[in-house]
Design a protein around this ligand. Structure first.
Ligand code: NAI
Ligand code: 13P
Length: 328
């Protein structure tokens, strides 16, 4: 990788800001690019943004709306939402240099059913693609709270060197070559977290939420294995780890979105204002599962709720009324 000491981050939301600070803490100069010219000028001047309240951008982070500033970077972290990852990667593709791109979004592209690194490879074919995922609220990472995540690339040496760009005293990076496993965990857990939020919001009890986490994990594992993920990865940070985090905390926007739905809000009102990736990924996930014959009843109920084809009571009845089966 060229320019070892400069890391680029594309996308100046909560996660982009937190990752920019993490890369700075790990010893790099950082260029943080955002598309909103006025917003980036304000961020450069104040070092603060409503996206991540209470957090100050590190001095080593340069905030800019000039995409060309990402050209000389050693690596570029793509931290825009999953459905915007293609557009961002297409903009990055022609930049000078050959920096690898690291997908930091958690989702599956609607329509194409492409996983995040597939999107990167299609949109920027000349660059290596990697994926970062794991249990990590941006606010926690930015506050320097202890956090561990996984970064995967097909090339083991690349995965290791990308990890070094982010690894710090409070942010522990694990490297992996199981790209598919890492990206599936992050995408699927958001859909399942919506189900847990719905159950909590409707007051169905902690036992119901625990059952959804466990049976949701069975779905995530079945889906992952059908798409070539290693079971060790699915049991790890980006699978079970992130599922547990996101399914248990209203700090998660996906769980909070489900909470609002469970309390009777409409899909439109529950989703207004904050990014809940699972709401965008649910359809792709369930269509892909159906096409491979993978049984995902909880994710399918989430999709039906979002489409208005089921209400919460109908979803609970549908799940509880399924034929008895062995636990697998
Ligand atoms: N916030 C968190 O705790 C974490 C978020 N993530 C993932 O990171 C991704 C981004 O999430 P956040 O930063 O939290 O969202 P956010 O809503 O805080 O920020 C998204 C940013 O992307 C920008 N953006 C949207 N569309 C764009 C486009 N077409 N081109 C350029 N910029 C665009 C927005 O202007 C905004 O600055 C999501 O996939 C999320 O699942 C992953 C781990 C933690
Ligand atoms: O991915 C996350 C934590 O690992 C953030 O979760 P939310 O997008 O649901 O807030």
């Amino acid at each position: 990788m060229a320019s070892e000491s400069v890391v680029g981050v594309a996308g100046a939301g909560a996660w982009g800001m937190a990752l920019a600070n993490a890369a700075a803490a790990a010893g790099s100069e950082v260029v943080l690019w955002g598309r909103d010219r006025a917003g980036m000028a304000a961020l450069a001047a104040t070092k603060a943004s409503d996206r991540l309240p209470g957090v100050r951008l590190a001095d080593r982070v340069t905030a800019t709306a000039d995409l060309g500033a990402l050209g000389p970077c050693a690596a570029i972290l793509v931290a825009t939402p999953a459905q915007a990852t293609r557009e961002t990667a297409e903009r990055l593709a022609p930049l000078a240099g050959s920096a690898p791109l690291v997908a930091c979004a958690k989702g599956i592209e609607r329509g194409s059913h492409a996983f995040m690194t597939e999107v990167l490879r299609q949109a920027a074919p000349g660059r290596a693609a990697a994926i970062l995922s794991g249990p990590s609220f941006a606010a926690d990472v930015a506050a320097g709270l202890p956090t561990a995540v996984t970064l995967a690339a097909a090339d083991d040496a690349l995965a290791r060197s990308l990890c070094r760009l982010l690894h710090g005293p409070n942010l522990r990076l694990y490297h992996s070559t199981d790209v598919r496993g890492v990206e599936i965990g992050g995408a699927a857990k958001n859909v399942l977290a919506i189900a847990c939020g719905v159950a909590a919001g409707r007051g169905l009890g902690a036992s119901a939420v625990a059952a959804l986490v466990a049976r949701g994990f069975a779905e995530l594992r079945r889906f992952g294995e059908a798409f070539g993920a290693r079971s060790q990865t699915l049991m790890g940070l980006s699978g079970l780890g992130d599922l547990v985090l996101t399914c248990s905390s209203p700090q998660s926007r996906n769980f909070a979105f489900g909470l609002a739905l469970g309390r009777g809000e409409s899909v439109g009102r529950a989703g207004a204002g904050r990014l809940a990736e699972g709401a965008f990924t649910a359809r792709a996930l369930t269509e892909m599962a159906r096409a491979r014959g993978v049984d995902m009843p909880i994710a399918t109920c989430v999709e039906a709720l979002l489409e208005g084809a089921l209400d919460v009571e109908g979803a609970a009845r549908a799940l509880l009324g399924r034929p008895q089966r062995g636990e697998e």
